[in-house]
Write a protein of this length. Sequence first.
Length: 316
Amino acid sequence: MMRGTTFWIGLLGVVIAGVLATRIGVNEYYFFAGYVVLQFVVIATAWNILGGYAGYVNFGSAGFFAIGVYSSIALIKSFDLPLPLLILAGALAAGTVGFAMGYLTLRLRGVYFAIATLALAIVLETVVANWGYVGGAAGTFVMRPRDVTFFNSYVEYLFVVMLLLAAVAVVIARTTELSRLGRGLRAIRDEEIAAECMGVPTLKLKLVAATVSGALMGAAGAPFSYYVTYVDPPSAFNLSFAVNAVAMPMIGGTATWIGPVIGALLLGSIQQIATVTISSELNLLIVGLMLITFVVLAPDGLVGLVRRLVSRARGH
């Protein structure tokens, strides 16, 4: 009970602090950078629901993110919907694709499933590149609304929206971890055949995880066009989304909801600092070096490393 109360108080405190930061004249750059870091919190948390809990490694994260991006672009051009509805639509579209992908591919295991998800992202990028209504291969510009109630700029608004999305993603991940769904997914990760023999509805649970994971990635992608204002397929399907989606949970720890959050905050912050001080071209190099380091020295991530150190200190 105490842990649950601490979680909710801490989460509410973070959200309130983020909103208050928009009222005290903080430099707008921090909201730009914070948006990116929080975006990775959502993506990493979403990936972990299927890749971490169930052990099904998804290399197609960029595809689900881009579904959210281009769903919102199409709806902006057609109906000029407000951002909350764009996020809902992006989540619905990506969740539907996640369910369909899961139904077709979740009977595959290991590297075969990973390759199938990567192929899905490539197919989606090809489709978008030939979809003239959303700009096709040439890309398209998206104009931000001039004013937004309560906030001094639209960037502040986007930051708070992504903060709320990150909070929702964390709540969903923690709820999943503590529920029968989470226990079933962990059983699938440990030994799927044994789980089936014990009566665990493995395909059903994997479909739920794939749908929720895809929906969260799509929700993270929906505000992207307003953030960058110009979108083309290489930016929406950027390799960094797929790489970071895998690396951040592994660096933080895939066995718990807080691992992807720690990995995203750490790795995302380092990338933003490197972008300003050195070059954005080093981002993937940083991810690769950190991933190799953690795979060798802390294969269970930071959370697992801390748990081992605590256990040793207690003499267990």
